[in-house]
Design a protein around this ligand. Structure first.
Ligand SMILES: [Fe+2]
Ligand SMILES: [Fe+2]
Length: 314
């Protein structure tokens, strides 16, 4: 049984707190190294690219990977501010920890904005990346708060997994990339724990109908995330053609898109869903039937199949 606490999270957050200039420092990206590790990249299995082209593809994938964090932080920040506001009169420690959480996400959005500029500078052109983060944030926040919290927990737990298992000890990874995600990992560790505390608290108060709605909306949100990943893969392919100065045959396009989408689905859906700390939370707040229905939806998404969505789902 985990024992997270708002007060401990805030204390640890103050201990690790960093400034954007500490992260970006004076070292630039190294074009001779991969920017995304093998475990998170789709480049490795693509047969129509040579090793240099695969390395360049990781530069574009990292640009998209960093941007996707900024994209989700656009809904995580107001979500946490809303929770902080509600906690204010009931639990001062929770109010402080959640307000600080929101403030850290604002900083992360600025960090990832700076990184976008540096990536564009390094590759020599502005990357095509997903747009409309504020509109998407509005749509996400219109779904059940329990669903939004579970999605947020999955995302924040996978930041931990990605850094620890794929970046921390990678000798070949670009050092600036490692520094960026090391700093993000340090602050996200507290966020993931706060998500856990908030989700447990929220689900405890929910009726059965409320829980059912939260689970239905979680499936909808996961399908929406998959839709965003598919759109970004289209941008990745356009970026790759431009970066390499070459065109692709229909078969090559299909091969590249397939590998990129598989890698993104692993990063943004599978590794969060499968994270043991997320699973611990999910099992605490759901019934076996609900666990099976979300598990089935995740399985369908990972195989590239459509997910049947419930009533009231656009
Ligand atoms: Fe963040
Ligand atoms: Fe976060």
């Amino acid at each position: 049984m985990v024992t997270y606490s708002y007060g401990e999270c805030l204390k640890r957050s103050y201990r690790v707190n960093w400034r954007i200039k500490d992260v970006l420092g004076t070292v630039g990206f190294d074009l001779n190294r991969p920017w995304l590790p093998t475990e998170l990249s789709g480049a490795g299995g693509i047969r129509c690219l040579d090793p240099g082209e695969k390395r360049k593809l990781t530069h574009l994938e990292m640009g998209a990977y960093a941007h996707l964090f900024r994209f989700v932080e656009a809904f995580i920040t107001p979500e946490m501010l809303g929770l902080a506001q509600e906690a204010r009169s009931l639990n001062l420690e929770a109010f402080e920890a959640l307000t600080n959480f929101a403030s850290e996400e604002v900083k992360h959005m600025h960090l990832f904005g700076e990184i976008r500029r540096l990536v564009d500078e390094a590759v020599g052109f502005p990357l095509e990346l997903l747009e409309g983060e504020n509109e998407v944030a509005g749509v996400v926040l219109g779904r059940h708060r329990g669903a939004v919290l579970l999605l947020t927990a999955a995302i924040e737990w996978f930041t931990q997994h990605h850094f620890l298992t794929a970046m921390k000890d990678s000798e070949e990874l670009d050092p600036l990339t490692r520094e960026i995600f090391r700093h993000h990992w340090m602050e996200e560790a507290q966020h993931a724990q706060l998500d856990h505390l908030e989700a447990v608290h929220l689900f405890r108060e929910l009726s059965q109908a409320g829980r059912d709605q939260a689970i239905e909306d979680l499936v909808w949100l996961l399908a929406a995330v998959d839709g965003l990943l598919q759109r970004q893969v289209g941008h990745d392919l356009a970026n790759l053609g431009r970066y390499l100065g070459r065109t692709f045959t229909e078969a090559e396009r299909g091969e590249i898109q397939g590998h990129l989408l598989k890698a993104k689905r692993h990063c943004f859906i599978e590794s969060g869903w499968a994270h043991p700390n997320f699973q611990e939370l999910f099992q605490m707040v759901t019934t076996p039937d609900q666990q099976a229905s979300v598990g089935q939806a995740v399985g369908l998404l990972l195989q590239g199949n459509p997910v049947p969505l419930g009533h009231g789902v656009a």
